[in-house]
Write a protein that binds this ligand. Structure first.
Ligand code: PBG
Length: 328
């Protein structure tokens, strides 16, 4: 008769023992809620491909922000859906543009109880759906786009955003934004750079969420899913240009990238669990193929385990509710 010399199962024998040795856990403060606000609607508009997520009215957005603060979330990331779009995305830099108004309204609502973040990108505002303006050949014009991002950034800071999230993947966008913020006296506005943002098929439902007009793809600016080491180049540049925090996006298919970046730099690293990740789990759960709550928690814990300190997730408020419930 021989016996195993080592019995790792000892430390898994009951919930109390497992709790004692757990290496990672979720907490509400690490979760950031992405939220969409749509101009010109009087009722929230459900997003069919993201069951449970809506395009908010200004009023329901404010309630969502209050709830997020009450539940102890880390932050809210705001996206605007304008009523009209044009080639240059001029709604993004209009004083009364939907996103600028939403930032001010949310900040007035939550003060410093919740970190208010805003998406600095043009794709929701352009008639062609690209993240920047186009040159004479129909290509996204990097430097002309940066000049607009810089203006957007200053307006968001003025409206009260604590953190700006540039998501357009233009070269030099962090430098352009940082310089504009400093010049305008917004020395305290933080930048969460979408440093490693990949061209992903899993953004599908988001395109519905913001009524994207995009034809084609974003492969000339977002990263190629084939590349791993290149993510470190993007992170190094963004940090050198003045980013305070970096993000990886999407999350679940890019956990190696999250781990690499967490190991390579010392700033907070976040990951964005995107629309397609949300919809896949919701769809499988709705069919009874997976346990919804367990799958959501496992997906988030896996992202934490890979090394993300913060997670943007459409389940942020619901999960915070579960976590707070567990504490009682
Ligand atoms: C671009 C942007 C996108 C997302 C966030 N910011 C879409 C894209 O790059 O096509 C995707 C978010 C999601 O899928 O949940 N401003």
């Amino acid at each position: 008769m021989s016996f195993p010399q080592h019995r790792p199962r000892r430390l898994r024998q009951n919930p109390a023992m497992r709790r004692l040795v757990a290496e990672h856990e979720l907490s509400a403060r690490q979760l950031i809620l992405p939220a969409f606000v749509r101009e010109g609607i009087s009722e929230p508009n459900p997003i069919a491909s993201m069951p449970g997520v809506v395009q908010h009215t200004m009023d329901t957005l404010k309630s969502a922000a209050t709830e997020a603060a009450e539940r102890g979330l880390g932050g809210i990331m705001l996206f605007g859906v304008p009523a009209v779009r044009d080639a240059t995305g001029s709604g993004a830099i209009a004083e009364d543009g939907i996103l600028n108004r939403a930032i001010a309204a949310v900040r007035a609502e939550v003060g410093d109880e919740l970190v208010v973040m805003s998406d600095v990108c043009l794709d929701e505002f352009t008639s062609h759906g690209h993240c920047g303006v186009l040159d004479a050949h129909g290509q996204v014009d990097n430097d002309a786009t940066n000049a607009i991002y810089a203006q957007m950034a200053v307006m968001h800071a003025e409206a009260g955003a604590h953190v700006l999230g540039p998501s357009g993947m233009m070269d030099g966008q962090i430098a352009a934004i940082r310089q504009a913020l400093e010049a305008a006296g917004h020395t305290n506005t933080a930048i969460l750079a979408y440093a490693a943002k990949y061209a992903s098929a899993f953004y599908g439902p988001f395109r519905e969420a913001v009524d994207s007009q995009l034809v084609g793809d974003r492969r000339t600016y977002q990263m190629d899913a084939a590349n791993r080491r290149e993510a470190l180049v993007e992170v190094e540049l963004d940090l050198a240009e003045g980013a305070d925090m970096v993000m990886v996006k999407p999350a679940m298919s890019y956990l190696d990238i999250v781990a690499d970046i967490a190991a390579a730099c010392s700033v907070p690293v976040s990951a964005y669990q995107i629309s397609g990740e949300y919809s896949m789990i919701e769809a499988a759960a709705a069919n009874g193929w997976i346990d919804r709550k367990a799958s959501i928690l496992e997906s988030l814990l896996s992202i934490r385990r890979a090394g993300a300190q913060q997670i943007l997730t459409y389940w942020a408020a619901e999960v915070a509710g579960w976590l707070n419930e567990g504490k009682k």
